[in-house]
Design a protein around this ligand. Structure first.
Ligand code: ZN
Ligand code: ZN
Length: 239
């Protein structure tokens, strides 16, 4: 009896149910998805867009996705771990807007799996998470890209800096805007706090979701104008 109560109590504290399907699975103590749901992750796979690395259906002459053909982004290279399809859509929403920060453990598994599949070896001087405006930070109490940058740092041993690139304009959410508006909405939104740290350095930006590429492109442009040698991008998912 006492054991059962104790067990019920620890289950409340450390629920062993999958964050997606709710199935009981002791492995969710390590990361919140059951083994079955983990197999449904839509990993990004070739052919990749030569610039933003999202999956393209058929390799065209330029090797670019429709977004990059329309507006060539300012970052130099990119890696995207997954495609923005279920269940990634739900996982990213929960991670970003519903405090489900424990999902970072699942994203760590995803990043590791992708890196192994593609023998990914990343080298750079610094990882910079795409910042959010202080007002958004107060609403949310964390920056999802910062948590993702810590994962990338852990896997590839590149230091994270959260103080160099800041967001000074409170822009409407990109997800509320049409594709074209996203490029003008984000212009001039970022600021560099200490450009001596990034001078002639290779930088990798980290973001949760790549859609048009406007946000990462603007951040890359701002960093290059401040003296960064190369700016690349890692995104957890791409639409
Ligand atoms: Zn599940
Ligand atoms: Zn592209």
């Amino acid at each position: 009896m006492f054991k059962e109560i104790l067990h019920g109590f620890t289950d409340l504290l450390f629920p062993l149910n999958c964050a997606l399907c709710g199935a009981y699975d002791p492995s969710t103590a390590e990361q919140p998805l059951c083994q079955q749901c983990l197999t449904t992750i839509p990993y990004n796979h070739p052919p990749f867009c030569l610039r933003c690395s999202r999956h393209i259906n058929r390799s065209n002459e330029q090797g670019l996705c429709p977004d990059c053909i329309q507006q060539y982004p300012d970052f130099d290279d990119a890696w995207v771990f997954t495609r923005y399809q279920p269940p990634m859509t739900e996982l990213i929403r929960s991670f970003k807007f519903h405090n489900k920060t424990s999902l970072r453990k699942t994203f760590h598994t995803i990043a590791n799996t992708f890196a192994e599949r593609h023998s990914l070896e990343l080298r750079a001087d610094l990882l910079l998470p795409i910042p959010i405006h202080p007002v958004r930070f107060r609403e949310r109490s964390y920056n999802q890209s910062e948590l993702l940058a810590e994962i990338v740092s852990d896997i590839f041993h590149i230091p994270v800096n959260i103080n160099i690139l800041t967001k000074m304009l409170l822009t409407p959410r990109q997800s509320d805007l049409r594709r074209k508006e996203r490029w003008t909405n984000i212009q001039g939104a970022f600021k560099i706090e200490n450009s001596s740290i990034i001078k002639n350095k290779e930088i990798i930006l980290v973001d949760d979701l790549l859609t048009t590429g406007a946000t990462a492109s603007e951040a890359a442009k701002t960093l290059k104008q401040a003296g960064a040698a190369k700016v690349k991008l890692i995104a957890l998912s791409a639409a």
